[in-house]
Design a protein around this ligand. Structure first.
Ligand SMILES: Cc1cc2nc3c(=O)[nH]c(=O)nc-3n(C[C@H](O)[C@H](O)[C@H](O)COP(=O)(O)OP(=O)(O)OC[C@H]3O[C@@H](n4cnc5c(N)ncnc54)[C@H](O)[C@@H]3O)c2cc1C
Length: 449
């Protein structure tokens, strides 16, 4: 009797290289059915926006082509995975399913439902660690339990041997009886046209971006990364978000450069530090899922934010009268990406100058960012608002003017997005930073007392 085929369920890991679930499934040496399910409960989410779904679609086109190049066919379904996957398993007679685990509360609940449905049909489920470099639970305090402070976490993280990237499968055996079919058109699966041009998507674009970064900016990372005008960071975030690149591959490339060019060691180490932040916030979300809906430190849920809707709109549109804040927000609105230094500046401005809840900012970012990722975005916002795990203390408040002088000294970045900053038509600053600073300190103090 022919061996039963296996299913590989793709979710936020849209690549064939260094993909743990695909690698393990391919090792079974039996026909393999890769599947992606368009889930209406994700696509209907209020704050999803149009950008990430359109980007996801582009990544899927690339995944389908890459699978085809190794002899396989991506199967696409639309519906609830707990219904669609058991139905597909039955249709093709699969007895095993492989997928990579996620850390988000929604995904964990969904996966538990899917697992139950598949188990009741007698399928074996192999869920793999793949999303982080060191999965949740691996980097633990000596006394046991998770770290909640970054520096000791990163020390422990660095003491563990990294796993080498897994090879790309050379050839997969397709399932008999499944006909090749193009991806359904985006509108048929609930994806609307994007309001701005998409950044490069797919595995090849990701690999090219990594290669270009390793050849140049990685070697100057700590020196240049804070200056938005230099655009010297890796720009890998959307690729890592959708898994068109694996974090292990990024780490291996960084480590290769570190060995090849010992002068660049310090620079590379700072970059590796960012990959550790990525793991850190993912393990925080895994261990403390309440952060998805409230402050890590519950006392900060008592902060009485002013939450003025009109001020929020002005911030969203980049018309605050603070050129660095406005340039940053316009970068987000026009390109779907914002430089990390600027994310910190606008987050501090929203919470501590406008006294608006970090959760409003978090939602707006999620609507606009191509790299929008619950763990990193939530971690970043809670850090800036001072409500998080390893947070910037609430009394440290960025001054938007001195941040601009320091990180855009010639005003070149501002000129790119706010060319009218020097003109009379440009609005006056919407608040007095010195006064708002005092009000913010009082607001936080009250919540803590
Ligand atoms: C308020 C706020 C919101 C943020 N929202 C997101 C988000 O939704 N998605 C997201 O990927 N990053 C987010 N970040 C982190 C960071 O700003 C972006 O990862 C980075 O700007 C992406 O550009 P890059 O790929 O060129 O980064 P690089 O500097 O080249 O860093 C390399 C990779 O490391 C990871 N990384 C870097 N910094 C962080 C960090 N602080 N936390 C977690 N991972 C990090 C990312 O995957 C990034 O692609 C946020 C930061 C703040 C302060």
């Amino acid at each position: 009797m022919a061996a039963a085929p296996v299913l590989v369920w793709f979710r936020r890991d849209l690549r064939v290289a260094d993909h743990t679930a695909l690698h393990c499934a391919a090792a079974e040496g039996v026909p393999l059915a890769p599947v992606f399910v368009f889930d209406p409960s994700i696509l209907a989410a209020k704050d999803l926006g149009v950008r990430r779904p359109a980007y996801l679609y582009a990544c899927l086109e690339s995944l389908a082509a890459n699978l085809q190049s190794i002899g396989s066919l991506l199967i696409v379904r639309k519906g609830h995975p707990e219904v669609e996957l058991p139905a597909l398993a039955k249709e093709i007679g699969a007895k095993k399913i492989f997928y990579n685990k996620d850390v988000e509360p929604f995904s964990r609940k969904r996966d538990a439902k899917v697992d139950r449905a598949l188990q009741s049909q007698g399928l074996e489920i192999i869920s793999c660690d793949d999303l982080l470099i060191h999965p949740p639970g691996r980097v633990q305090r000596a006394a046991g339990g998770p770290y909640t402070v970054f520096t000791p976490y990163s020390r422990a993280w660095l003491s563990l041997p990294p796993q080498d990237p897994l090879p790309r499968p050379r050839q997969l055996s397709p399932i008999k009886g499944i006909k090749p079919a193009p991806l359904p058109p985006p509108e048929q699966v609930g994806i609307q046209p994007c309001d701005i041009p998409l950044p490069p998507a797919g595995e090849k674009a990701a690999r090219d971006a990594l290669r270009a970064f390793a050849a140049k900016n990685l070697r100057h990372y700590s020196e240049r990364r804070n200056y938005p005008q230099q655009d010297a960071t890796s720009r890998l975030s959307a690729h890592l978000r959708f898994g068109t690149l694996s974090p292990r591959t990024v780490l291996a490339e960084a480590r290769r450069v570190r060995v090849e060019d010992p002068k660049s060691r310090r620079e590379v180490d700072v970059f590796i530090g960012e990959l550790i932040w990525r793991d850190f916030y993912k393990q925080i979300l895994w261990e403390f899922p309440h952060v998805a809906s409230g402050s890590f430190r519950p006392e900060y849920d008592r902060v009485e934010w002013e939450n003025n809707r009109e001020k929020f709109e002005i911030w969203c549109q980049g018309r605050t009268g603070f050129p660095i804040v406005d340039a940053a927000m316009r970068q987000l609105n026009r390109t779907g990406w914002m430089h990390n230094r600027l994310r910190m500046i606008v987050a501090s401005f929203l919470t501590k100058d406008l006294l608006i809840s970090w959760q409003w900012g978090e939602r707006y970012f999620m609507e606009k960012l191509f790299d929008g990722d619950l763990a990193a975005n939530n971690g970043g916002w809670q850090w800036a608002a001072g409500t998080g795990t390893d947070a910037q203390p609430y009394f440290r408040i960025f001054n938007p003017s001195s941040q601009a002088e320091r990180f855009d000294p010639e005003g070149k970045f501002i000129a790119q997005y706010v060319p009218e900053a020097d003109l009379l038509t440009y609005p006056a600053p919407m608040v007095d930073h010195a006064k708002q600073r005092i009000r913010a300190l009082e607001m936080y103090k009250k919540a803590r007392s």
